[in-house]
Design a binder for this molecule. Structure first.
Ligand code: ADP
Ligand code: ZN
Length: 221
Protein backbone atom coordinates (compact mmCIF):
# COMPACT_ATOMS: atom_id res chain seq x y z
CA UNK A 1 0.00 0.00 0.00
CA UNK A 2 1.43 3.37 -1.02
CA UNK A 3 -0.22 6.32 0.62
CA UNK A 4 0.19 10.06 1.04
CA UNK A 5 -1.30 12.01 3.93
CA UNK A 6 -2.44 15.56 3.16
CA UNK A 7 -3.97 18.12 5.46
CA UNK A 8 -3.28 21.34 7.32
CA UNK A 9 -0.71 21.40 10.11
CA UNK A 10 -2.32 19.82 13.15
CA UNK A 11 -5.08 18.07 11.19
CA UNK A 12 -3.91 14.76 12.60
CA UNK A 13 -1.92 13.37 9.66
CA UNK A 14 0.88 12.07 11.82
CA UNK A 15 -1.41 10.35 14.32
CA UNK A 16 -3.40 8.57 11.61
CA UNK A 17 -0.22 7.74 9.68
CA UNK A 18 1.19 5.87 12.68
CA UNK A 19 -2.03 3.83 12.96
CA UNK A 20 -2.05 3.05 9.22
CA UNK A 21 1.61 2.15 9.34
CA UNK A 22 0.96 -0.47 12.04
CA UNK A 23 -2.15 -1.82 10.35
CA UNK A 24 -0.50 -2.30 6.95
CA UNK A 25 2.98 -2.93 8.28
CA UNK A 26 4.60 -0.30 6.08
CA UNK A 27 7.02 2.47 7.11
CA UNK A 28 5.73 5.89 8.15
CA UNK A 29 7.88 8.55 6.53
CA UNK A 30 7.43 11.97 8.11
CA UNK A 31 9.59 14.76 6.71
CA UNK A 32 8.76 16.81 9.82
CA UNK A 33 10.11 14.02 12.06
CA UNK A 34 13.23 13.69 9.91
CA UNK A 35 13.88 17.43 10.24
CA UNK A 36 13.21 17.41 13.98
CA UNK A 37 15.59 14.53 14.64
CA UNK A 38 18.27 16.33 12.61
CA UNK A 39 17.66 19.51 14.62
CA UNK A 40 17.99 17.55 17.83
CA UNK A 41 21.23 15.97 16.71
CA UNK A 42 22.56 19.32 15.50
CA UNK A 43 23.39 18.14 11.97
CA UNK A 44 24.04 20.58 9.09
CA UNK A 45 20.68 19.64 7.64
CA UNK A 46 19.04 20.31 11.01
CA UNK A 47 20.62 23.75 11.30
CA UNK A 48 19.41 24.74 7.85
CA UNK A 49 15.90 23.34 8.33
CA UNK A 50 15.44 25.05 11.70
CA UNK A 51 15.79 28.52 10.17
CA UNK A 52 12.69 27.90 8.09
CA UNK A 53 10.67 25.75 10.46
CA UNK A 54 10.79 28.20 13.37
CA UNK A 55 9.40 30.90 11.07
CA UNK A 56 6.49 28.75 9.91
CA UNK A 57 8.02 28.50 6.43
CA UNK A 58 8.69 25.43 4.30
CA UNK A 59 12.17 24.02 4.00
CA UNK A 60 13.35 24.58 0.38
CA UNK A 61 12.37 21.88 -2.11
CA UNK A 62 15.98 20.96 -3.07
CA UNK A 63 16.68 19.94 0.51
CA UNK A 64 13.42 18.13 1.16
CA UNK A 65 13.34 16.24 -2.13
CA UNK A 66 16.85 14.88 -1.58
CA UNK A 67 15.86 13.45 1.78
CA UNK A 68 12.72 11.75 0.51
CA UNK A 69 14.54 10.34 -2.49
CA UNK A 70 17.08 8.56 -0.25
CA UNK A 71 14.37 7.33 2.07
CA UNK A 72 12.19 5.80 -0.65
CA UNK A 73 15.15 3.79 -1.92
CA UNK A 74 15.54 2.00 1.43
CA UNK A 75 14.57 -1.68 1.27
CA UNK A 76 11.74 -1.35 3.81
CA UNK A 77 9.80 0.77 1.32
CA UNK A 78 9.54 -2.07 -1.18
CA UNK A 79 6.10 -3.18 0.02
CA UNK A 80 4.75 0.29 0.47
CA UNK A 81 5.00 3.42 2.58
CA UNK A 82 3.03 6.29 4.04
CA UNK A 83 4.34 9.72 3.25
CA UNK A 84 3.35 12.23 5.91
CA UNK A 85 4.22 15.86 5.22
CA UNK A 86 5.52 15.19 1.72
CA UNK A 87 4.74 16.40 -0.89
CA UNK A 88 3.87 19.84 0.39
CA UNK A 89 4.34 21.85 -2.80
CA UNK A 90 3.46 21.27 -6.47
CA UNK A 91 7.14 20.88 -7.48
CA UNK A 92 7.55 18.22 -4.76
CA UNK A 93 4.50 16.36 -6.10
CA UNK A 94 5.83 16.53 -9.66
CA UNK A 95 9.16 15.22 -8.47
CA UNK A 96 7.45 12.37 -6.63
CA UNK A 97 5.36 11.40 -9.66
CA UNK A 98 8.52 11.18 -11.73
CA UNK A 99 10.40 9.20 -9.07
CA UNK A 100 7.56 6.69 -8.67
CA UNK A 101 7.34 6.29 -12.42
CA UNK A 102 11.09 5.58 -12.56
CA UNK A 103 10.63 2.96 -9.84
CA UNK A 104 7.68 1.49 -11.75
CA UNK A 105 5.22 1.93 -8.89
CA UNK A 106 1.93 3.75 -8.38
CA UNK A 107 0.26 5.49 -5.47
CA UNK A 108 -2.84 3.82 -4.08
CA UNK A 109 -4.46 6.84 -2.49
CA UNK A 110 -3.91 10.34 -1.17
CA UNK A 111 -5.71 10.77 2.12
CA UNK A 112 -6.80 14.34 2.77
CA UNK A 113 -7.76 15.08 6.37
CA UNK A 114 -9.98 18.15 6.52
CA UNK A 115 -10.11 20.41 9.59
CA UNK A 116 -11.16 24.12 9.64
CA UNK A 117 -8.59 26.80 10.47
CA UNK A 118 -10.31 27.85 13.72
CA UNK A 119 -10.32 24.30 14.89
CA UNK A 120 -6.63 23.91 14.04
CA UNK A 121 -5.60 26.95 16.06
CA UNK A 122 -7.65 25.68 19.00
CA UNK A 123 -6.11 22.23 18.80
CA UNK A 124 -2.50 23.23 18.35
CA UNK A 125 -2.35 25.05 21.64
CA UNK A 126 -2.88 21.70 23.36
CA UNK A 127 -0.60 19.60 21.19
CA UNK A 128 2.32 17.86 22.89
CA UNK A 129 4.83 15.49 21.36
CA UNK A 130 7.20 12.86 22.63
CA UNK A 131 10.72 14.05 21.72
CA UNK A 132 11.93 10.49 21.78
CA UNK A 133 9.49 8.36 19.74
CA UNK A 134 7.45 11.07 18.00
CA UNK A 135 4.01 10.12 19.41
CA UNK A 136 1.55 13.05 19.47
CA UNK A 137 -0.75 13.92 22.34
CA UNK A 138 -3.34 16.55 23.14
CA UNK A 139 -3.86 17.90 26.64
CA UNK A 140 -7.67 17.49 26.30
CA UNK A 141 -8.39 14.90 23.62
CA UNK A 142 -5.54 12.47 23.93
CA UNK A 143 -3.62 13.20 27.10
CA UNK A 144 -0.20 11.66 27.71
CA UNK A 145 0.34 9.19 30.53
CA UNK A 146 0.81 10.05 34.19
CA UNK A 147 3.10 13.03 34.97
CA UNK A 148 2.96 14.04 31.31
CA UNK A 149 5.01 11.10 30.15
CA UNK A 150 4.72 9.37 26.77
CA UNK A 151 2.56 6.26 27.21
CA UNK A 152 4.68 4.51 24.59
CA UNK A 153 8.20 5.09 25.90
CA UNK A 154 7.99 7.05 29.17
CA UNK A 155 9.80 10.21 28.00
CA UNK A 156 8.39 13.57 29.18
CA UNK A 157 6.28 15.13 26.41
CA UNK A 158 6.94 18.71 25.22
CA UNK A 159 5.33 21.47 23.18
CA UNK A 160 6.95 21.95 19.78
CA UNK A 161 8.52 25.37 19.25
CA UNK A 162 6.60 25.82 16.02
CA UNK A 163 3.28 25.18 17.81
CA UNK A 164 3.23 28.67 19.32
CA UNK A 165 0.10 30.50 18.19
CA UNK A 166 1.73 33.10 15.91
CA UNK A 167 3.77 30.41 14.19
CA UNK A 168 0.66 28.25 13.78
CA UNK A 169 -1.11 31.11 11.99
CA UNK A 170 1.88 31.54 9.67
CA UNK A 171 1.97 27.79 9.02
CA UNK A 172 -1.72 27.86 8.07
CA UNK A 173 -1.03 30.65 5.56
CA UNK A 174 1.84 28.61 4.14
CA UNK A 175 -0.46 25.60 3.94
CA UNK A 176 -3.21 27.43 2.03
CA UNK A 177 -0.76 29.03 -0.39
CA UNK A 178 1.55 26.11 -1.11
CA UNK A 179 0.06 22.81 -0.03
CA UNK A 180 -3.70 23.07 -0.51
CA UNK A 181 -3.31 23.19 -4.34
CA UNK A 182 -2.17 19.56 -4.09
CA UNK A 183 -5.76 18.50 -3.40
CA UNK A 184 -6.66 19.56 -6.94
CA UNK A 185 -3.48 18.07 -8.31
CA UNK A 186 -4.29 14.61 -6.94
CA UNK A 187 -8.03 15.02 -7.59
CA UNK A 188 -7.14 15.15 -11.27
CA UNK A 189 -5.38 11.79 -10.85
CA UNK A 190 -8.51 10.37 -9.18
CA UNK A 191 -6.49 9.60 -6.05
CA UNK A 192 -8.05 11.87 -3.40
CA UNK A 193 -9.95 10.46 -0.48
CA UNK A 194 -11.15 13.14 1.95
CA UNK A 195 -12.06 12.44 5.57
CA UNK A 196 -13.05 14.87 8.30
CA UNK A 197 -10.50 15.18 11.08
CA UNK A 198 -12.50 14.78 14.27
CA UNK A 199 -11.57 15.53 17.85
CA UNK A 200 -11.64 11.87 18.73
CA UNK A 201 -8.79 10.02 17.07
CA UNK A 202 -10.71 6.75 16.77
CA UNK A 203 -13.62 8.51 15.01
CA UNK A 204 -11.25 9.77 12.33
CA UNK A 205 -9.57 6.36 12.10
CA UNK A 206 -12.96 4.65 11.68
CA UNK A 207 -13.99 6.91 8.82
CA UNK A 208 -10.54 6.60 7.30
CA UNK A 209 -10.49 2.81 7.25
CA UNK A 210 -14.00 2.47 5.87
CA UNK A 211 -13.46 5.02 3.10
CA UNK A 212 -10.10 3.49 2.25
CA UNK A 213 -11.79 0.09 1.91
CA UNK A 214 -14.45 1.34 -0.47
CA UNK A 215 -11.91 3.41 -2.35
CA UNK A 216 -9.73 0.36 -2.98
CA UNK A 217 -12.73 -1.72 -4.04
CA UNK A 218 -13.74 0.96 -6.50
CA UNK A 219 -10.17 1.14 -7.82
CA UNK A 220 -9.77 -2.59 -8.32
CA UNK A 221 -13.14 -3.12 -10.01
P1 ADP B 1 2.74 19.87 10.58
O1 ADP B 1 2.13 18.89 9.63
O2 ADP B 1 2.12 19.81 11.90
O3 ADP B 1 2.89 21.24 10.02
P2 ADP B 1 5.34 18.61 10.25
O4 ADP B 1 5.91 17.91 11.41
O5 ADP B 1 4.85 17.80 9.11
O6 ADP B 1 4.21 19.50 10.88
O7 ADP B 1 6.39 19.66 9.66
C1 ADP B 1 7.00 20.64 10.47
C2 ADP B 1 7.72 21.66 9.61
O8 ADP B 1 8.77 21.00 8.84
C3 ADP B 1 6.86 22.34 8.56
O9 ADP B 1 6.16 23.44 9.10
C4 ADP B 1 7.92 22.75 7.52
O10 ADP B 1 8.62 23.91 7.91
C5 ADP B 1 8.89 21.59 7.54
N1 ADP B 1 8.53 20.59 6.51
C6 ADP B 1 8.00 19.33 6.74
N2 ADP B 1 7.78 18.69 5.57
C7 ADP B 1 8.16 19.54 4.59
C8 ADP B 1 8.16 19.47 3.17
N3 ADP B 1 7.69 18.39 2.51
N4 ADP B 1 8.63 20.54 2.47
C9 ADP B 1 9.07 21.62 3.10
N5 ADP B 1 9.10 21.77 4.42
C10 ADP B 1 8.65 20.75 5.18
ZN1 ZN C 1 7.57 8.24 23.32
Amino acid sequence: MRLIMLGAPGAGKGTQAVILSERFNIPHISTGDIFRSNIKEGTELGKKAKEYIDKGLLVPDEITIGIVKDRLLQPDCRNGFILDGFPRTIPQAQYLDKALEDMGIMLDAVINIYVSDDEIVRRMSGRRVCPSCGMSYHTDYNPPGKNGECSGCGTAVVQREDDREETVIKRLQTYHAQTEPLIDYYEKQGKILTVTGRDKIEDTTGELFSSLDSFRQKMSS
